[in-house]
Design a protein. Structure first.
Length: 268
């Protein structure tokens, strides 16, 4: 920012500083992000929460509690990694949080009641189905301001051209797909392994190892799934000018008739 390079600074050190800065500060607002809301916290936080969700799924109070914990965490992540720089009032944030967590918890309980008479392995997949459905509720609700007011769009040089709700819709859709993909291996693979292990003498003899094993398996899946699914779509996403709202297209054509593509931060 100052335009000077400290003596002895190597290119590797400069890139490392950039990675640290990019991971800790919001790309649109420039504010320091909440620690538990950053993508770097996804593996340790999610492996604990998801592991417990997959372990304690048999009783309604347990489902209720862990779905609430999970959706509260998701709400923090969705708010921290939102796109755009428009301020959100505490009342809007509170309404979005209550709506998102309630919708997610109701979905989980509804799915649990439907699987009472089905094989045990099916019951193990209720948390994943609930999480997938909840992502479709939680993310749009926590980022509803973007859907109403739009998110900043720029040209390839970063010059701001205005706000677009069409870009917001595309950004939120991409994030929903990424998050469901992120949760899929961690919530689909461990139940199969645990179902097989529970039939053997080892876990019957040491039942207290159930939760640690579940958390460890989820963590192993998330180590690979998190960066892979974050990379499904570029954070600096793009779309043709022709797919923007007519009034936004008109404003852009006035400024730059030759511009074909706009860019935006989709969030994570």
């Amino acid at each position: 920012r100052a335009g000077t390079v400290p003596p002895g600074l190597t290119e590797d050190q400069l890139w490392r500083a950039k990675y640290i800065y990019d991971s800790a500060f919001h790309p649109d607002t420039g504010e320091k992000m909440l620690l538990v809301g950053r993508m770097s916290a996804q593996v340790p936080m999610n492996m604990t929460i998801t592991g417990c969700m997959l372990t304690f799924y048999r009783t309604t109070p347990a489902v209720l509690f862990w779905q609430w914990v999970n959706q509260s965490f998701n709400a923090i992540v969705n708010y921290t990694n939102r796109s755009g720089d428009a301020p959100i009032t505490p009342s809007q944030l509170g309404t979005a949080y209550v709506s998102a967590t309630t919708g997610a918890v109701v979905t989980a309980l509804g799915l649990k009641s439907l699987t009472k008479h089905l094989p045990a392995i099916i019951g193990r997949y209720v948390p994943f189905a609930a999480v997938a459905a909840a992502n479709c509720i939680n993310i749009p609700l926590m980022r509803q301001r973007e859907l109403k007011l739009g998110i900043p769009i720029t040209d390839e040089n970063g010059n701001r051209l205005g706000e677009s709700t069409a870009a917001a819709q595309k950004a939120i859709f991409q994030v929903v797909v990424s998050r469901i993909g992120m949760a899929a291996p961690a919530m689909a693979i461990p139940p199969v392994i645990m179902n097989a292990l529970e039939k053997r003498a080892f876990l019957k003899r040491y039942p207290y190892l159930n939760a640690p094993l579940q958390v460890g398996l989820v963590g192993l899946c998330l180590v690979f799934a998190t960066p892979l699914c974050c990379a499904l779509f570029p954070q600096k996403s793009s779309m043709p000018v022709s797919r923007l709202e007519p009034e936004v297209q008109a404003r852009i054509r006035e400024k730059d008739p030759q511009l074909e593509t706009v860019y935006f931060n989709k969030g994570l």
